[in-house]
Design a protein around this ligand. Structure first.
Ligand code: F0G
Length: 358
């Protein structure tokens, strides 16, 4: 059977690439859209989860990065730079090394998950920890990219959003139409913008009959799109979306207006509750920021906004293995630690409550 070839090959006719573009790919995209029976039963809607943790570096960033790095190399770049809460740096590091160029990444000191930092180190990025937050990192990365020979690969680079819009194409291919609602986490709002663009294009091509309502969720301590003003000191356990001044703010407002969208804030306790539900009831392991899509669904469903029978797609953006510590605590904060028993079959059977079959 034929192997999925990555976005730039699969969607060559729909992206701004040419024969002159060197295609830098790790096989990203083609991620599963998983029917979530538990969430459907709980809400009465028809709920699917787009599992972006299945991308090569474990997050949706790979969709934007294959495009951004390919275009950077086409334009002669020898080095790329990004600011990151972790996933963008992991992705930039992997794609840059695959293209044989250098990646420099600026991250907020002590505020990125260990799995993501490990990826950037493994792929030999130049990693600089900034004594500041993500917004400070992005400001510096933008300044460096204007004054020095480094190419910016944050989502303010339009190639990133172009690559990321392909996730909507995939949803439409599976469902045969656009869903009624699309829910996703929001940090810089680049991905929110990208999904809307993909769906808009599908509608204009005549492939779909509707534009989904785009519902974006921010952590309550980092919710500038909900409050309408920059958050100077953003806080949340969902480190991926600890962002106070979204880079794609204006684009996101357009997508919001065009799609009868919604921006909502979810507190950390509800993010962690949704994280547990998705792991324990659906079997999908994500990082906390991704679980906000599930928390947002439950909140909007309880608010009566999601009609019975509506088709709903939730994007879960990053893999649980990036930041696994959250699985090791119960709702009451106590630590989970598996039982230890001697290497003895009867003893294990007893702990499992099994009795021998006759
Ligand atoms: N989910 C995850 C797992 C992320 O890593 C990010 C962003 C988002 C959601 C939000 O996407 O910014 O397009 O609204 N992470 C960036 C990074 C900021 O540096 O990895 P957005």
């Amino acid at each position: 059977s034929k192997q999925w070839r990555g976005l730039l090959h699969e969607y060559a006719d729909r992206l701004n690439i040419s024969a002159a573009t060197p295609i830098i790919t790790l096989g990203e995209g083609g991620t599963p859209l998983i029917p979530a029976r538990y969430l459907s039963e709980r809400t009465g809607a028809d709920v699917y989860v787009k599992y972006e943790g299945m991308n090569p570096t474990g997050s949706f960033k790979d969709r934007g990065m294959t495009m951004a790095i390919s275009k950077a190399v086409e334009h002669g770049a020898k080095a790329v730079i990004c600011a990151s809460t972790g996933n963008t740096s992991a992705s930039a590091a992997a794609y840059a090394t695959h293209a044989d160029i250098t990646a420099a990444v600026l991250v907020p000191e002590g505020k990125i998950a260990l799995g993501k930092l490990s990826q950037a180190i493994a792929h030999k990025a130049e990693i600089i920890q900034i004594e500041g937050n993500f917004d400070d990192c992005l400001e510096i990365a933008r300044e460096l990219a204007t004054g020095y020979p480094v190419h910016l690969v944050n989502s303010v680079n339009p190639d990133r959003i172009e690559g990321q819009k392909t996730a909507s194409y995939e949803v439409v291919e599976v469902l045969g139409d656009a869903p009624d609602f699309h829910l996703l986490p929001v940090g810089n709002a680049g991905n929110y913008t990208a999904y809307h663009r993909g769906y808009r294009e599908e509608l204009e091509r005549g492939v779909t009959t509707k534009l989904p309502r785009m519902f974006g969720f921010q952590a309550a301590g980092s919710a500038p799109l909900v409050t309408g003003s920059v958050v100077k000191k953003p806080e949340t356990i969902a480190s991926a979306i600890r962002i106070g001044n979204p880079a794609s703010w204006e684009l996101a407002l357009h997508a919001h207006a065009d799609s009868q969208g919604y921006f909502g804030a979810i507190d950390d306790a509800h993010i962690l509750e949704a994280h547990r539900l998705l792991s324990q009831e659906v079997g999908i392991f994500v990082e906390p920021a991704s679980a906000i899509s599930v928390a947002g669904l439950l909140e909007r469903s309880e608010a009566g906004v999601i009609p019975r029978g509506a088709t709903v797609v939730l994007t879960v953006t990053g893999h649980g293995l990036k930041d696994p510590q959250w699985a090791l605590k119960r709702a009451d904060g106590s630590e989970v630690s598996p039982t230890v028993v001697p290497a003895d079959t009867a003893g294990v059977a007893e702990v499992l409550g099994l009795t021998r079959e006759a």
